[in-house]
Design a protein around this ligand. Structure first.
Ligand SMILES: [Zn+2]
Length: 338
């Protein structure tokens, strides 16, 4: 048994026998990247390895000249005698869990993940391992997601009500992942859909990858004849306070995030409506995913890591919280892209 297949180094999660890092936050020679959100995919690495479906989003994040090697899901690669492979994390397009195997010992770093279905990415796949590194963004029992059909029905009702009241529907969501998932679930027969440039940029990447999205126009290309009171507009949270929103006339605003589950989050965001939809696992999702790995040891990062680690330890697992620089949806809650 090789006990320290991964360890927490100043630059990030390090695999000593393989001599590579997983989602490092400081420049390193070799970075294996779980997905292209900015807290996991940082520029400045000498070489990147990611799953094939994630190459375009990673390149958009780390630059056109970055050295990026890709693997198919499940395809093994030997790195200094360590077997490395990537499995679907169900988080956003091209998100992967990193499986590391060496001398009979198997570790899996999940990155960000969700167990709910999502038409815009490959479903989460449990991977058996001895040690599982899990996120805990929504690692409290109060976080239980409602069925998605219910959430989308609510968004559609809000959109129709705004049309009747003669105001535009302005929906704030993460530009990468969440925005495309919302777009995929919208009913385009209700009215025209528009996207902010930051969202439109990633829509193009998703469409190129073969993900079916309804038609959506770039707001910047819209003519003067557009009746915004019929439209639903998807924009990143950062656009909320900007002059960009003025062109739409009277608007109703909404924010789509797992954080909308908490009382007061909508008021703090200063939006009219909150819809609870997350690209992270809820509490039952986290517990089911962890159980499915069969892991005896669990490292818990970002979010409610101490709470989840304590709960797992009470169930007899060797669990502990570790201090990474991943933020989960915390960045979105603060109005940043991530
Ligand atoms: Zn993420």
């Amino acid at each position: 048994m090789y006990e320290t297949l991964l360890q927490l180094a100043p630059q990030g999660l390090y695999c000593p026998p393989g001599d590579f890092f997983v989602d490092p936050w400081q420049p390193v020679p070799r970075a294996v990247v779980t997905h292209a959100h900015s807290d996991h995919a940082r520029p400045g690495m000498r070489a990147y390895l990611t799953v094939r479906e994630g190459e375009a989003t990673l390149r958009a994040r780390v630059g056109p000249d970055a050295s990026i090697q890709t693997l198919a899901y499940g395809e093994p690669l030997r790195v200094n005698g360590v077997e490395l492979s990537l499995y679907p994390a169900g988080h956003i397009l091209g998100a992967a869990q990193v499986r590391v195997a060496y001398r009979g010992e198997v570790w899996v770093v999940s990155g960000d993940y969700k167990t709910e279905a999502d038409p815009t990415c490959v479903p989460f796949e449990p991977v058996r391992c001895h040690t599982f590194v899990t996120e805990a963004t929504f690692g409290l029992p109060i976080y239980r997601w409602r069925p998605q059909a219910e959430v989308f029905a609510g968004i559609h009702r809000w959109w129709r009500a705004n049309q009747e009241a003669g105001r535009a529907s302005l929906l704030f969501a993460y530009a990468l992942g969440k925005a495309q998932r919302i777009l995929a679930g919208l009913d385009p027969s209700i009215g025209p859909i528009f996207c902010h440039g930051a969202v439109e940029r990633f829509n193009g990447v998703y469409r190129a990858a073969g993900v079916a999205l309804p038609p959506a126009a770039y707001t910047g290309a819209a003519g003067r004849e557009v009746d915004w009171s019929r439209a639903l507009i998807i924009a990143p949270p950062a656009a909320q306070a900007s002059a960009w929103t003025r062109r739409f006339g009277e608007v109703s605003t909404a924010f789509v995030s797992g954080w909308m589950r908490i009382r007061g989050a909508r008021r703090r965001r200063a939006v009219d409506r909150g819809f609870v939809l997350s690209d992270h696992a809820d509490w039952p999702g986290l517990l089911a995913a962890i159980a499915a790995t069969g892991a005896e040891r669990v490292w818990v990062t970002h979010g409610y890591s101490a709470v989840l680690a304590r709960w797992l330890a009470e169930q007899g697992l060797d669990a502990r919280a570790i201090a990474t620089r991943f933020e989960g949806e915390q960045g979105a809650a603060m109005g940043e892209e991530g």
